[in-house]
Write a protein that binds this ligand. Structure first.
Ligand SMILES: [Mn+2]
Length: 341
């Protein structure tokens, strides 16, 4: 249950800083996903309706992935380059980061830190220590957009829920619940989505274009990854690799890798899926999915301090190259799955 009442002092503080603001910055950590993009666009609508004279800028370290470009409001999402082209001031009165901390905001961090008031809105339980002026963090929310919806319906904002706003909130919810599959799919989430659907937005399009669609080269890349997949531990582990030749061959962007591991994971009998990415730096990125009986976040943390995530979905950045990292990780994982130590 998302409890907004406890945030009333923070919301009051936020509103008074917005009242005095002429320039407002909205951002998210790099590699923005459906939840962070949905939350940014919904937040823009919320603030725009309540403070029509404020100048609002959405600024992210990386350009908006193609899959989100159909969203209403997508034209307002800038990178530092496209923003600098307008030669506007880089000083903001209020800066708001959603769905993750400022430590991963790349070049936008310097804009954020200069702002008079900084606001952090998130649903992740773990976050870095940063002296934000205002923190609104609710781990009970399935997604940042679910939290944003509740903030938008407070006396302070009273945002009109039109079909554009509903579309943005819905995208974040479907993204972070994995289409209502993950354990964060509460009855409240379903009721919220029922309300959103009544506004008449095209939810099929949000699901297909915003989540499932992939580019042709990404499809081919997936097929090569699936081709190379192998089983371990009597078919309880499935693993594969994405070497840099393949990433290069298909000119893969980050977004193209999305969802490949889920296809591996949904193979019958699998308890853990593992996908290794060879990085240009010589390091290896590894992603894990688990049915839940093996805690892959704990496993990822046991590999390196650059590891973590959730019990069922986690990742790590390893210093070794893929030829060394893969056997090492697989051997330890096999021990875990067979429960021998
Ligand atoms: Mn999220």
């Amino acid at each position: 249950m998302v409890n907004i009442t406890k945030f009333h002092p923070q919301i009051a503080h936020w509103i008074s800083s917005l009242e005095a603001a002429s320039r407002v910055l909205i951002t998210s950590p790099g590699a923005a996903d459906g939840d962070s993009i949905g939350a940014q666009l919904a937040l823009r609508q919320m603030v725009k309706q309540r403070f029509p004279n404020a100048e609002l800028r959405i600024l992210n370290d990386e350009p908006l992935p193609v899959r989100y470009q159909f969203l209403s409001g997508a034209q307002y999402v800038h990178t530092p380059e496209s923003y600098a082209a307008t030669r506007e001031s880089t000083q903001f009165d209020v800066a708001i980061i959603v769905d993750g901390g400022i430590d991963r905001a790349g070049r936008v961090r310097s804009y954020f830190e200069k702002a008079t008031t900084t606001v952090f809105i998130d649903h992740h339980a773990v976050s870095i220590e940063f002296p934000y002026t205002i923190r609104i963090v609710e781990p009970a929310a399935s997604s940042t957009t679910e939290l944003m919806y509740h903030l938008s319906q407070t006396e302070a904002f009273k945002t009109r829920v039109d079909s554009d706003f509903a579309q943005q909130i819905y995208l974040g919810v479907v993204f972070d619940t994995g289409f209502f599959r993950h354990s964060n799919t509460t009855p409240d989430v379903m009721e919220l989505c029922a309300q959103l659907l009544r506004t008449g937005f095209d939810f099929t399009r949000v699901g297909e274009r915003g989540m499932l669609e992939r580019s042709f080269s990404s499809l081919k890349m997936m097929s090569e990854t699936v081709n190379r997949a192998e089983l371990l531990a009597e078919g309880k582990i499935i693993w594969s690799t994405l070497p840099k030749e393949i990433l290069k061959k298909y000119q893969a962007v980050d977004d193209d890798r999305e969802g490949i591991i889920d296809h591996l994971f949904l193979t019958r009998g699998i308890e853990v899926a593992v996908l290794f990415f060879e990085l240009n730096s010589g390091k290896t990125k590894v992603s894990f999915r688990s049915q839940g009986n093996h805690d892959v976040a704990e496993f990822a943390r046991s590999l390196t301090e650059h590891g973590g995530g959730h019990r069922k979905a986690a990742g790590a950045l390893l210093d070794q190259d893929i030829s060394k990292a893969a056997p090492l990780v697989l051997e330890r994982l096999e021990r875990l799955v067979r429960r021998i130590d």
